[in-house]
Design a protein around this ligand. Structure first.
Ligand SMILES: Cc1ncc(COP(=O)(O)O)c(C=O)c1O
Length: 432
């Protein structure tokens, strides 16, 4: 068996990367990165690039940290994995196996969760613009809870309900989360949910309806939030909506993406939420949280091959993916860290623009990335890309959606295969 280590060679930044690479990673004696005991060379050879690679043991461990940590602190609780962060059937199945509940935010996610074996009684449905068809699908499947966003949705439910259904209501807490504007959802001008005064009217309406079983209120203040005090503030705000059986305080805890990010631990986050709940919520209420990013981000990396190395005004290392498989850099300005995964321990002597192959100057995966002098054919890994990468993958410039593999104990397994050009063209059959 290959001997793997997590070294900090001088002249590199590798030592600082171990805390943002998957937990089960290390380099062999040649300086090649392994994840889950499988080398990136083998993964690239077998599955091609770009490739989303996930440390399966790390995913399971992170789920347990949330589920067990919450159960210890507030026994009447439920942790939902926010599946928009990585909607792949293999991940839904893993969530089902670990017994974590799941939230979905659309018909496609709902279909995939059910197909992958998530029990309906563990599913919650979100969405600010749910259609009749999605609501009918959820009712037919018998999912646990629908989180109602607005009065129009109540009109729809009034028409569709034929049996009792548990409902919660999303409220706007008026918490301005300190994060990128596109990731803040709890401020007074949010498109999600109802402000407190309107929420009360909607709650009355649900309580008066014979088939609507109103359970409680929900909020979500935003994503990639690094200060846990903001979650405590959200709990305090939601308590002002009134006394209910259940409070769902959403997801949003931020993760460490870069050398310098200071992200809270799962324990610090849970302490902040639960301490605030002890102070502000009824002691017998059920408390729910919905982490997405913080469950899947660190366990996943994206593996690319360098296709061009160009030394012009800057040093450009261009890879065979880009914003088609990693939108977050362009969408939210998220910074990632990269490494040359086949020569990780060589001196990092250059500062490069790690760019993608899509026709946008904004297709910049990492600005000023320190790396060893790159060559065509090198393998490049961007760390902590397990959340929202697969979610936002698109066909820009005809890019094909990459494959996804899970690795554990020296074995890799394909959980989603790469899209093919035939599949890409098939949608256009009416014109061909
Ligand atoms: C309602 C809701 N819950 C949970 C989440 C998960 O957030 P995060 O992935 O930041 O934990 C989101 C993300 O947008 C959301 O909209």
């Amino acid at each position: 068996m290959t001997h793997l280590t997590q070294p900090s060679p001088e002249g590199t930044r590798l030592g600082e990367l171990w805390s943002i690479l998957p937990e089960e990673s290390g380099v062999d004696e040649r300086g090649v990165l392994h994840i889950g005991g499988v080398s990136v060379e083998e993964l690239a050879e077998r599955y091609g690039t770009p490739l989303y690679v996930y440390d399966e043991a790390g995913l399971r461990r992170q789920i347990r940290r949330f589920v067990d940590g919450m159960a210890e602190r507030w026994p009447n609780s439920e942790v939902l994995w926010a599946s928009k962060s990585f909607p792949a059937a293999g991940m839904y199945r893993l969530a089902a196996e670990e017994g974590i509940s799941v939230d979905v935010a659309g018909g496609g996610e709902l279909r995939m969760a059910l197909a992958a074996g998530v029990p309906p009684e563990r599913l919650h449905l979100h969405g600010n613009a749910k259609t009749d068809a999605e609501l009918a699908m959820a009712l037919e499947a018998g999912i646990a809870v629908i989180i109602v966003d607005n009065e129009d949705e109540l009109d729809r439910l009034e028409r569709l309900l034929t049996k009792p259904q548990k409902l919660m209501l999303r409220v706007i807490p008026g918490v301005e989360a300190k994060t990128h504007a596109s990731q803040a959802t709890g401020g007074s001008d949010s498109k999600f949910g109802l402000p407190m005064d309107q929420a009360l009217a909607a709650i009355e309406r649900m309580r008066a309806h014979p088939l609507m079983e109103f359970e409680g209120v929900h909020l979500h203040i935003g994503s990639q939030i690094l200060e846990v005090e903001q979650f405590a503030e959200a709990v305090e705000k939601i308590s002002t909506a009134g006394e209910f059986e259940t409070y769902d305080v959403g997801g949003g805890v931020g993760v460490k993406y870069t050398y310098s990010d200071d992200a809270p631990t799962v324990e610090a986050y849970l302490d902040a939420v639960v301490n605030a709940a002890r102070e502000h919520l009824p002691a017998d209420a059920k408390l729910m949280i919905e982490p997405g990013r913080s469950i899947v981000a660190r366990a996943g990396v994206t593996l690319y091959r360098a296709t061009t190395v160009k030394r012009t005004g800057r040093v450009f290392v261009a890879v065979d993916g880009g914003l088609a498989d990693q939108m977050d850099a362009a969408l939210t300005g998220q910074r990632f860290e990269a490494l040359l995964a086949n020569r990780a321990t060589e001196p990092w002597t250059e500062t490069v623009q790690l760019v993608g192959r899509q026709c946008e100057s904004g297709d910049l995966l990492v600005d000023r990335a320190p790396l060893p002098a790159a060559r065509v054919g090198d393998l490049v890994v961007t760390a902590t890309t397990g959340a929202y990468g697969y979610t936002l993958a698109n066909n820009y410039n005809g890019a094909l959606k990459p494959a996804v593999v899970f690795v554990a104990d020296g074995e890799a397994r394909l959980v989603a295969r790469r899209e093919t050009y035939d599949e890409f063209l098939a949608l256009h059959a009416p014109s061909l």
